[in-house]
Ligand binder design. Structure first.
Ligand code: 2P0
Length: 325
């Protein structure tokens, strides 16, 4: 009863921001992401009858506390679905997502855990079913089931049975690049789970955010289909700024940006002013991701690395979906 799976991280171009159900991890809005080849998690799960509790090792270190709690809670769901509450698991995860890259490893982590644990326990699930299981670990992880461009359908059912990811275009559809720009002091103060809850509960801009999503989705899907960097970039950047605007209108207000975050945003604007198509997006933290085409690689790297306060620039291409090893 053992299986190994690998899943890649994803970057949202249309952001998931706000839940309509915190227990079932059901979002207020559809989101759309690009899976990235540079960052992934490999996880092996083995179920045993003789074990009395789960054990979780991350990069060969035994994990306890809150991170362990999230993993066992997720395994409980898998056990329940399979009708095998008698089993406990050993989980070995290896993260190829350098913390310094500024990507959350939870997306690749929970996608790999869901796939490996479902297979190890003998659950015969379709991709949408696996995406729904993954969603319970972390919302954005449900998009990492697939490679390339992926949409998470928010669904309309109260039980979450129609809230899962669907593939929009495969990784080889279009060679766009994403540079992860890491800032030197990038400590995140408000977790995304907490930040999105405060925003839903208190931000006077939140209803406008939800209302703006269908037009963004339509525009970006057309842009992806046409391989139109201007349309995709402008839509993603505007969507990101609108998400961050909701935090400024929350009570108490907050922002994920640092001064260097804004310096990177200005550098991207400078690049565009000089005729280079480059666009930024920012998640629930200070690091910036920059979207551009392969022919601009050198120009982009040079410009971003020269910004004071930038520690590292790591480039990714569109990446693959789940793999069983
Ligand atoms: C996203 N983020 O679409 C958005 C953009 C952050 C900003 O998904 O509570 O770690 O586990 O469902 O998935 C981060 O939130 O939150 C996130 P939970 P998750 O990528």
């Amino acid at each position: 009863m053992q299986a190994t799976a690998r899943a890649h991280t994803n970057i949202a171009l249309i952001k998931y921001w706000g839940k309509r159900d915190e227990t079932r991890i059901l979002p207020m809005n559809n989101s759309l992401s690009l899976t990235l080849d540079g960052f992934y998690t490999t996880t092996t799960v083995a179920f045993h009858e003789e074990l009395t509790e789960d054990q979780f090792y991350l990069d060969d270190q035994l994990v306890e506390g809150a991170a362990y709690g999230k993993v066992t809670a997720f395994l409980d769901r898998i056990r329940q679905t399979a009708g095998r509450l008698d089993l406990s698991a050993t989980v070995h995860s290896t993260n190829h997502v350098p913390t310094a890259a500024g990507f959350a490893s939870s997306a690749s982590g929970f996608a790999a855990l869901a796939a490996a644990s479902a297979k190890a326990i003998g659950l015969d699930v379709t991709d949408p079913e696996l995406s729904m299981l993954t969603r319970h670990g972390s919302g954005s992880a449900c998009r990492s089931i697939y490679g390339g461009f992926v949409e998470w359908e928010k669904g309309t059912q109260a039980d979450g049975s129609d809230s899962y990811a669907v593939p929009i275009a495969p990784a080889d559809h279009w060679d766009v690049r994403v540079a992860a720009v890491v800032l030197s002091s990038a400590e995140k103060k408000i977790l995304s789970r907490e930040g999105m809850k405060r925003t839903v509960d208190t931000s006077v801009y939140y209803p406008a955010w939800v209302e703006s999503i269908p037009a963004d989705l339509a525009a970006i899907k057309q842009g992806i289909c046409d391989k139109d960097i201007t349309k995709v970039g402008e839509t993603a950047e505007a969507n990101c700024l609108r998400m961050h605007a909701t935090t400024l209108a929350a009570q108490p207000p907050f922002s994920y940006w640092h001064s260097t975050t804004m310096a990177v945003m200005e550098a991207v604007q400078d690049l565009r002013d000089s005729g280079v198509p480059a666009y930024f997006t920012i998640d629930a933290g200070p690091n910036v991701k920059v979207l551009y085409l392969p022919e601009q690689e050198e120009t982009i790297r040079e410009k971003l690395q020269a910004i004071p306060g930038v520690q590292d620039v790591t480039v990714s291409r569109p990446g693959p979906g789940l793999a069983y090893l």
